[in-house]
Design a binder for this molecule. Sequence first.
Ligand code: HEM
Length: 370
Amino acid sequence: MTLLHRLTGAPPGMSPRALMLRVSAIGALLAGTAGAFAAAGGWLSPGALTPARIVDRFEQVNGPHPGFRRNHAKGLCVAGAFAGNGAGVALSKSGVFAAGRVTPVEGRVALAGGQPYAADAGTTVRSLALRFRLPDREEWRTGLNALPVFPVRTPEAFYEQLLAAKPDPATGRPDPERMKAFFAAHPESAKAASLIKARTITAGFADSTFRSLNAFRFVAADGRATPVRWAFVPERPAVQEAAAQAARKDKNNLFDDLIAQLRQGPLRWHLVVMIGRAGDATADATLPWPSDRESVDVGTLTLSDATPEEAGNCRDVNFDPLVLPDGIAPSDDPLLSARSAAYARSFTRRAGEETSPSAVAATADRGDAL
Ligand code: HEM
């Protein structure tokens, strides 16, 4: 028996020709496997947008902040519960919507952007991420922004916009020429930007409406699927941010206000599901749906607690928008799979890094929060 017989596991009597065929087959299998890994990693198409390149771009634009989320870096953990009122049952078979069903929820409020120590500002996009813990270890994770629409339609446009909007060190603002070129190449983003600019900036997290922006599908018990977008609408009346508040210099004022409000009592939001009709955009988060679409209030989210980020709490959760319970399914929006892949990459990187305490935790350490 030769060395080749032994390496390929061929029987001792195998002819040299059959042996060579076996070697080629094993070689082709190995090359195919290596090729599949290379393709998945983006090594075969250096121009292709991969999750790693998206996360690299966040790091290029924001600088290194080890241990922090590459986007929505500054945040605070929150906790509470969701109570279904039964109105969602006809649309989705998920038990979370059953009348009287109370589902524990943990979440995170945050400010968009990759700067974990940036001063709070009314114009910075506010976010709420939620993890519903259903029976039998089923989960629903959803990340929401306080915006009317999302600024880009595709992952490629997101990647381009990150660089175009990078603040110029001289002015602290994006280079207007770069933004002009970006909007010329993406007229849908120019339209979305004007809707975003026209939004009312409210006093804080507690009176913000947080939206899914991406479309999903609710799947009913009989299999019927309905295109939906959802929003968490605060019970607290929305108050426009006052000039005095916009001028506040305390760096964590939005988070500190929320902590103080939660100390006084729980805060509530209604989960309002907007029902899309044929022709409504499900694959373009820059487009609002017509405001006359039917909306159904399917239950109430009550947040009662806030805790600074630390090991084992919301800091270590990936609010992947594709973690969905039976009864909620993704739409054809290309942002959803890109988000899922980029969040996983961001999570993997930050989980392997030494981290510093959150800016919001530092406030709590001063003894004037929580
Ligand atoms: C291609 C488009 C997008 C990309 C590449 C992207 C990227 C990211 C990344 C890398 C993170 C940090 C994840 C982590 O480390 O856990 C993040 C967080 C977040 N994103 Fe996106 N995002 C996109 C679109 C959206 C959209 C459409 C929404 C809609 C509401 C959204 C809402 C959020 C929220 C709420 C968080 C913070 C979650 C938390 O507090 O942990 N993102 N995003």
